[in-house]
Design a protein around this ligand. Sequence first.
Ligand code: CA
Length: 231
Amino acid sequence: MTQNTPTIFIVEDEWKIARFVQIELEHEGFSTKIEANGRRALDRIMQEAFSLILLDIMLPDMNGLEICRRVREVSAIPIIMITAKGDIEDKVTGLDLGADDYVTKPFATPELLARIRAALRKHKNVISPPAAEQQLRLKNLVLFPARYEARVDGQAVDLTKKEYDLLEHLIRNKNVVLVREQILQEVWGYEYAGETNVVDVYIRYLRSKLDERFKQKYIHTVRGVGYVVKE
Ligand code: CA
């Protein structure tokens, strides 16, 4: 499996449907992950790198519309809603909340594949690089602030909006040790005052997506003070 294989996140609590879709998508060369629980699905979307989300609406713990709303606050990842037959209201709500498209159960595989390809294509066009775009660099890591995108040796790193903001803040202050309270104010704002453990949590997320994945040390801890990134 290469890094370029799109990974489709199938969020569906009906095991038979999820499994059927998984088999069809993998047959077409996609990589897939399945999640049946709504709240866990949202957590995983925030932490794992997916190319597209296939999102059922009726799910345990958190419904698909709520998941879509929350994901759209931080990410432009393509979302295709899976709606029940005739449920016009869900379709409209889903699209209003920022879903890219929907399929109606029961759906035919060719239709689903066509919609997935279209959504991936549209997304790729949206994020393709304009000519002389501003870039920020740290070692082999490049940030594209206009697109909230990070790449390591050309490979996209899937970051949430907050993770990206934190990383950009660190890189704009390269070689400067940043105090946690100061990072909190600059990246999260004053209403988070005192909650410096939020910073530590997000540094952990970044480390797992960068330092661990790419076997490089980007973010250094300055014990008792804060964090610094260095060339
Ligand atoms: Ca369901």
